[in-house]
Design a protein around this ligand. Structure first.
Ligand code: NAP
Length: 299
């Protein structure tokens, strides 16, 4: 078997043994940093999930609650948030729920201060808040378009900044994952403002990841999560076509898998991922034709 064909784990072990044999501290350190970046356990951790009162955020919180974590969940609807917090405790994790509007920088800063006062560190932050109702860029007001940017991009940035400053002070590996979408690679009719906001966040995270590398910060992993269509209450009956739709629970399992593997981009399910990839390489005219064939005649 050629070295190139060996499974990754075997190769890693072999390289590590070679490094130890020859006493190469440099190689050992490099191998360790690769392992450090490539995996992220999600048990016995302090985990923040924003927008966890319903949908994907709530389902992911409940899935992570099975692994003895210290969970912090946020959203505006206190009654729903409290219900999820009770379920998290019943599943065996601790839970702190913090109510507030993430379009406010002050709210996000306060959440981070409270977490640090109580737990000292943040291991994983899933910045999940977002909103994508159908829109028509020929009729939508500037106010409505800017609201979508606020709901999807500003809510992310408000949390990202203080969390990153905090994680830079920490030593152990940690992760910020942003809940993006597959409506991020190119514009989609009925979702023009939403795709623009998600694309902005994707490019932001990609660039921040490059800068972490440039400044030698290896213990922080930045991930974008790209679900296809998910059957949540929010997306139900909004009139947007939903090919290959998956459930909230399936989505949560994909999210956990992506965290564990330390992916830079977690794109799922496969069918939608392949279609989106194809869309990126198709000639623009053909892509437009396909997208318009799926678009309702009026909205
Ligand atoms: N559903 C899909 O098909 C799909 C596909 C791909 C990606 N996504 C992304 O997945 C994420 C979750 O979507 P979802 O479908 O699960 O919708 P959802 O059930 O409406 O979840 C959105 C969550 O964000 C919270 N939220 C919204 N605005 C907020 C604000 N200003 N301040 C604080 N919390 C706020 C909501 O709670 P409160 O209302 O209680 O504040 C709720 O907990 C979004 O980023 C969405 O873009 C969804």
């Amino acid at each position: 078997m050629s070295a190139l064909r060996k499974p990754a784990k075997q190769l890693q072990d072999q390289t590590f043994r070679t490094a130890v044999k020859y006493g190469s501290k440099k190689i050992r350190t490099e191998i360790n940093s690769v392992v450090l970046i490539l995996t992220m356990e999600y048990s016995n951790k302090t985990i923040l999930i924003t927008g966890a009162s319903s949908g994907i955020g709530a389902a992911t919180a409940l899935e992570l609650a099975k692994y003895n974590n210290r969970m912090i969940i946020t959203a505006r609807r206190e009654d729903l948030l409290k219900e999820i917090a009770d379920k998290i405790v019943n599943l065996g994790s601790e839970c702190l729920y913090l109510v507030g509007d993430a379009t406010s920088e002050a709210h996000a800063n306060k959440v981070i201060v409270e977490i640090i006062q109580k737990y000292g560190t943040i291991d994983i932050a899933i910045l999940n808040i977002g909103h994508g109702p159908p829109s028509n860029l020929l009729t939508t007001s500037a106010k409505a378009i800017k609201f979508i940017m606020e709901a999807n991009y500003h809510t992310f940035v408000n949390f990202y900044v203080p969390i990153l400053q905090q994680m830079k002070k920490q030593k152990g590996k940690c992760m910020i994952a942003h809940m993006n979408s597959q409506a991020t690679w190119f514009g989609i009719p009925m979702q023009g403002d939403y795709t623009a906001a998600k694309a902005a966040a994707r490019i932001f995270v990609d660039t921040a990841r490059m800068e972490l590398q440039h400044f030698g910060i290896k213990h922080i992993l930045l991930q974008t999560i790209h679900p296809g269509f998910v059957a949540t209450k929010a997306s139900k009956s909004d009139g947007i076509p939903v090919p290959n739709e998956i459930s909230e629970e399936e989505t949560a399992k994909y999210v956990l898998k992506g965290i564990k593997k330390g992916m830079n981009q977690n794109i799922f399910p496969l069918g939608t991922a392949l279609a989106a990839k194809l869309g990126r390489i198709l000639p623009r005219k053909l892509l437009t034709k396909i997208l318009l064939s799926q678009t309702p005649p009026d909205y």
